[in-house]
Design a binder for this molecule. Structure first.
Ligand code: NAD
Length: 424
């Protein structure tokens, strides 16, 4: 028997949600008691005070975290989020999901996640650079290309990864491109990494629509979140012939039954930073976007946006979880009961990002760089294989697709821990 003695450190809606999912999956596969808690709880976490000088000469101290959930199957891997609502509980749930995701798609990584409580829109470019560098500086004793490898998440991007890589490299005295992924191409970033998550989401949507006998060029799509993942998903699906009828960001949404010009929206956001006042359709609220009648709904922003109330009102046929943790446990039950909506669960749906991050890390280590076509072909091959394994697990045990994906991810991590044994 194992006994867990855990403080309330990680206590949060997200962590409880990830733990409930874990418990359900562990029960479903009869995971032995002695391995459960070791597999479930984060291996370690670090909290930092991050003082930075503001442009006006004052100093602000931000709080940041890094949670390394699992280091048993390789270096831990996961993004860094800059958002005003970050908490250590949220970061640990996201780290847990990274563990199952990496394991599900067969990457030699554990899961991790980082975050800073900050609204990056309230920082100047120089302040953002100082904060990014300070974060990496504080992380130095706990990180390395064989220990923990960060990547972008909400509120961070290629530029931030470039500054972090530079900070680490200056510390060790030589360039170490493999310390982070999602870097600019000029610093050892991979072809295709920027669009990888969205391209992966779009690829899986196309594959699932085929299974549902719906032609992608007859599909209508609503996407919440128009950052890296949301915009790249929109571009890729529009490229496949789907009609993007709604998009949104934190300022609100745009609806156009005739289809939104996604390229134009991307250009608009490049200059204006937000979708507000984009003239490609009529205004729509984020909540109304979620419950629009459409073929595919893609939440690509925050977690826990699909509540039981929203789940009951959804009018899509396919829910593609590009965001991490967009559907609450209770909402999941509503969807299971309804039975009329196919769900591509987050750990599968958005895995394209970490897969191409893995490719980037491999290229950095080999100092040998691949063409974009090679990256995309290999990405889709891994996603297809993961999809097939999820579908087989779903059929074999009559699981929901989320349970199938999570049990596969959890099983492999638990098995690695069991094989390694408990030291000392
Ligand atoms: P991003 O910062 O590039 O974009 C986030 C978008 O969400 C922005 O358009 C923002 O305005 C919008 N948003 C924020 N709060 C919102 C709200 N309350 N309502 C509606 N929209 C809101 O972030 P991203 O990298 O695109 O990440 C989006 C999601 O995808 C996150 O859940 C992230 O964890 C997940 N994800 C990202 C990657 C990646 O490679 N970047 C990989 C896997 C999963």
């Amino acid at each position: 028997m194992s006994k867990v003695i855990i403080s309330s450190l990680y206590d949060s809606d997200e962590f409880k949600m990830a733990c409930r999912q874990f418990d359900q999956a562990a029960d479903a596969i009869n995971l032995p008691e002695e391995i459960r808690d070791r597999t479930k709880y984060p291996r370690r976490c670090v909290a930092f005070a991050l003082p930075i000088k503001r442009d006006d000469g004052s100093v602000t101290v931000f709080e940041g975290y890094r949670v390394q959930h699992n280091l048993s199957t390789g270096p831990s891997k996961g993004g860094i989020r800059f958002h005003q609502h970050v908490s250590i509980g949220e970061v640990s749930a996201l780290a847990m999901w990274m563990s199952w995701k990496c394991s599900l798609v067969g990457l030699p990584y554990g899961g991790a996640k980082g975050g800073v409580i900050v609204n990056p829109d309230h920082l100047s470019e120089k302040e953002l650079e100082r904060l990014s560098r300070r974060y990496m500086q504080e992380l130095l004793p706990f990180i390395g290309p064989d220990v923990d490898v960060p990547a972008p998440d909400m509120g961070t991007n290629e530029k931030v990864m470039g500054w972090m890589m530079d900070t680490y490299s200056n510390h060790v005295g030589h360039i170490v491109p493999g310390i982070v992924t999602g870097k600019p191409i000029s610093l050892g970033g991979s072809q295709g990494r920027r669009e990888a998550t969205g391209a992966g989401v779009a690829h899986l949507v196309k594959r699932y629509l085929e299974d549902m006998k719906i032609s992608v060029n007859k599909a209508t799509v609503a996407i919440q979140g128009f950052g890296n993942v949301g915009s790249e998903t929109a571009l890729a699906l529009a490229n496949y012939g789907a009609k993007i009828i709604a998009i949104s960001d934190w300022t609100g949404g745009i609806y156009n039954a005739k289809g939104i010009d996604v390229q134009k929206a991307v250009k608009y956001v490049q200059y204006q930073r937000v979708l507000k006042d984009f003239d490609g359709g009529e205004a729509i609220s984020n909540e109304d976007l979620l419950t629009l009648k459409c073929t595919v709904l893609v939440p690509a922003a925050l977690q826990r946006v699909i509540t039981p109330g929203i789940a009951a009102k959804l009018q899509c046929k396919l829910l593609a979880e590009a965001a991490n943790g967009p559907t609450t446990n209770q909402a999941d039950k509503v969807l299971d009961k309804r039975g009329d909506i196919e769900v591509i669960p987050d750990v599968l749906c958005n895995a394209g990002g970490v897969i191409v991050s893995y490719f980037e890390w491999l290229q950095n280590r080999a100092n040998y760089y691949w063409e974009r076509d090679e990256v995309m072909t290999k990405l889709f091959k891994i996603l297809d294989k993961a999809k097939d394994s999820v579908e087989a697990q779903k059929r074999k045990f009559k699981f929901s697709r989320r349970l199938a994906a999570q049990t596969l991810g959890i099983e492999r991590v638990a098995s690695a821990k069991q094989s390694r044994g408990l030291f000392p």
